[in-house]
Design a binder for this molecule. Sequence first.
Ligand SMILES: Cc1cc2nc3c(=O)[nH]c(=O)nc-3n(C[C@H](O)[C@H](O)[C@H](O)COP(=O)(O)OP(=O)(O)OC[C@H]3O[C@@H](n4cnc5c(N)ncnc54)[C@H](O)[C@@H]3O)c2cc1C
Length: 426
Amino acid sequence: MSKLTRRNFIKTTGAAAAVGAMGVAAPAIANSHGNHVVVVGGGYGGAVAAKYIRMADPTVKVTLIEQNEYYYSCPLSNPVIIGIRDMEVQKWGYDGLKKHGIDVVIDTVTGIDAGSKTVTTKGGKFKYTKLVLSPGVEFNYAAIPGLTKEIAHTSMPHAWKAGPQTLLLRDKLAAMKDGEPFVMVAPPNPFRCPPGPYERASLVAHYLKKHKPKSKVIILDPKDKFSKMGLFRGGWKELGYEPNYIEWIPAAEGGKVTKVDAATGTVYTDMGEYKSSCINIIPPMTAGSIAVASGLTDKSGWCPVDLKTFESTLAKDVYVIGDSSAAAGLPKSGYAANSEAKVAAAAVVAALQGKPAPMPSYVNTCYSLLAPDYGISVALVSVFEDGKITKKSGGLSPSTASKAHRKQEAFYAESWYQSIMADTFA
Ligand SMILES: Cc1cc2nc3c(=O)[nH]c(=O)nc-3n(C[C@H](O)[C@H](O)[C@H](O)COP(=O)(O)OP(=O)(O)OC[C@H]3O[C@@H](n4cnc5c(N)ncnc54)[C@H](O)[C@@H]3O)c2cc1C
């Protein structure tokens, strides 16, 4: 038995921590000098992939290319919209990742050539051995007649990428007259954060009840059901939101929007029209635009991947993780992106060391707030089985629970946020 020294103690416990977090065996450290992994997108997926590749093999050169100097987290951005959370606590920088020896480049990727293994940015070119892509989502504005990117950035914000959009919607809500509806257009499946629109509707209802009691949230939905629907609707009744402060109009009852008119602030459906100074349109989504432009998507608009490694099935040595990937069995969430990043990081390092990819497992937990002290959640643990991501365990918060239980879950939402952000950026 070898002696336990401070050095190998750190090595052992460090490796154990990595295994626990990754849900896969961490590859042994080996010299893979000369390998260059480029990671595009410094959000929930990309930042974690860059960090865990360096943690698994510190000899690999890792360059993270991100277009913005600061990252604003979507998780917990809905409370910002109703004015109970500061945008500053959503803001994260990249200094923590630099401490892991990652070269952080603030630049926009304009092209990916999988043939010559080159990433082009506005400012230069980067050759890679392996590329990890986590560019998030793009919006298909044209799918809603009358909607354009410009309209979304001025009068009908989506607030589905945190930052200026979040603040624009917050200001519109604050300026909305008591008695006007808050009109939300929900997106079709699949989309980033399936429970997100309904968390937002809940928190806006909480705000209206207090500040604009003659107003209500109208959700125009192209779907007939949604994530955690029983828990949301049970909570809406319990909290006195439905029917006075939330009206959910599903597809079957005319929820599908046919056009919008920004000049008059009107949203049209087959069954009626809705006017407001505060219209929140969350458009249909696709993979991030750089993934689409680089030919990494199929006709679904998302990037097909090998679910064991997250390597693209369309381009060798390119791994697509996070919202952009077509990962059947996992939601498009920050936690799933984190989990996929660790699976891809382990697969990339194993491949660089000439080893087979380890057998992955995947986790997701998603908290939603219906009020500042009322939280619900869904969790899953899955494995790779028969070429698919198969759920092994998990579930929802109980449908009946005490106020104290719901309050505890709201508290867990904040602690989830603090720990995943530390995992991502520290
Ligand atoms: C309102 C809301 C609430 C949410 N709440 C939760 C929650 O409670 N829990 C949860 O797990 N998930 C939640 N999500 C979902 C979560 O935000 C996403 O699933 C997650 O951000 C996906 O990570 P990603 O890495 O794929 O994309 P992102 O985190 O969006 O990161 C993509 C990064 O790539 C960069 N990028 C894109 N293109 C380029 C380019 N060409 N060049 C350089 N950089 C580029 C972007 O600037 C961005 O920083 C929520 C989402 C919303 C909208």
